[in-house]
Design a protein around this ligand. Structure first.
Ligand code: NAD
Ligand code: IPM
Ligand code: MN
Length: 367
């Protein structure tokens, strides 16, 4: 049988820096666990714009459709901020999500023990936290029409449209219920049914899907109250399902429960392909971090944990995913910190590549 295929899109800013560390992990699995991937690499975001004049070339899009999984670093940066909307780096990522139909974005927020003091919240609020946000990723206000900036009388108006069909809500709700079944069987759906019709429909459809999952305890919350509850007592949640925009905001908020945005991985999953694997793209939740790019300061853990999610969800290697997560846990327990995780007295930060090397050493030690 041929090796599983992986398309790597490092992107911009710290994207290539953190991806270099993931390459070390991938190489380790090839040499030490006989788990070899056919890896190809291509451009996305500003890097693709610089070469092709578009943030994602058609040939790259085609490749992404063919491989078993895509791993992406980050896109964007100040250099590209004034570009026309149609060619901004972020459009490259949005095109991948839309054309691969990656409707379920899994964003786990787990607080590693060694980092419980790094959250801006008190230790007992976050210690042991393990929640999963399922963000709808291919619809809602990110893609709804009409959109644009239009002339209206003697001024301009900016328009975006929140739009959800029943089937779009149904499929992401099912993904969330399925996850809840494998976890603590608790699902909280967040919308704003008090002010938005799309929220009313969302609540109705999620409730209906819930009839197929009688074992899962389903609750509903307005998303603003959900944000408050996530900071007040996040451990009340197990799985959260929400729309594209609320999910974007709530997952960044959840990042700070874990100590740093540099810790949060994600998996964007679509329908199963012919081989039974879901269409999939894995990426850290963070962006290209232009403020620290090129300085060897970036935390590679979010991207490394995204690869762990690939092992689990695309490559049927849950044990190896756990091995990698434990290696991350072990370096943190040893006190290794990249600069985003400083705060303890006398601790010197390690560089991006030192962190990657230390995780590889822990993988070695696990054999
Ligand atoms: P950001 O996530 O890039 O950075 C926010 C803050 O977190 C910065 O202070 C940064 O230094 C820090 N940070 C982020 N990741 C880190 C890491 N791995 N290690 C250490 N510190 C880290 O968000 P932003 O500054 O709002 O956006 C910068 C650019 O990234 C924009 O162009 C934005 O559109 C893009 N962006 C891309 C993605 C993506 O590719 N998925 C996600 C979010 C933002
Ligand atoms: C994310 C990012 C993206 C989003 C941007 C870069 C398009 O913020 O992945 O969270 O808004 O979805
Ligand atoms: Mn975001």
């Amino acid at each position: 049988m041929s090796n599983p295929s992986l398309l790597i899109l490092p992107g911009d800013g710290i994207g290539p820096e953190v991806m270099a560390e993931v390459r070390k992990i991938i190489d380790w699995y090839g040499t030490k666990r006989d788990l070899t991937f056919d890896v190809s690499e291509d451009l996305v975001g500003g890097a693709a714009y610089d070469k092709h004049g578009v943030p994602l070339a058609d040939a790259t899009m085609d490749k992404a459709q063919e491989v078993d999984a895509v791993l992406l670093g980050a896109v964007g940066g100040p250099k590209y901020d004034s570009l026309d909307f149609s060619v901004k780096p972020e459009r490259g990522l949005l095109r991948l999500r839309k054309e691969m139909d990656l409707y379920a974005n899994l964003r786990p927020a787990q607080c590693f023990d060694a980092l419980a003091d790094f959250s801006s919240l008190k230790r007992d609020v976050v210690a042991g936290l393990d929640i999963m946000i399922v963000r709808e990723l291919t619809s809602g206000v990110y893609f709804g029409e009409p959109r644009g900036i239009f002339e209206e009388g003697n001024e301009r108006v900016g328009i975006n449209t929140q739009r959800y069909t029943e089937s779009e809500i149904d499929r992401v709700a099912r993904s969330a219920f399925e996850l809840a079944m494998k976890r603590d069987k608790k699902l909280c759906s967040m919308e704003k049914a008090n002010v938005m019709e799309s929220g009313v429909l969302w609540r109705e459809v999620v409730t209906k899907v819930g009839e197929d999952y009688p074992e899962v305890e389903l609750s509903h919350m307005y998303a603003d109250a959900g944000a408050m509850q996530l900071t007040r007592w996040p451990k009340q949640f197990d799985v959260i399902v929400t729309d594209n925009l609320f999910g974007d905001l709530l997952s960044d908020l959840a990042a700070m429960l874990t100590g740093s945005l540099g810790m949060l991985p994600s998996a964007s999953l679509g329908a199963p392909m012919a081989n039974g694997r879901p269409k999939a793209l894995y990426e850290p939740v963070h962006g290209s971090a232009p403020d620290i790019a090129g300085q060897g300061k970036a935390n590679p853990i979010a991207c490394i944990l995204s690869f762990a999610m690939a092992l689990r969800y695309s490559f049927d290697a849950g044990d190896e995913a756990t091995r990698l997560e434990e290696a991350v846990n072990a370096v943190l327990a040893d006190g290794l910190r990249t600069a985003d995780l400083l705060g303890e007295e006398g601790v010197q930060p390690v560089s991006t590549s030192e962190m990657g090397d230390a995780i590889v050493a822990k993988l070695d030690a696990s054999l």
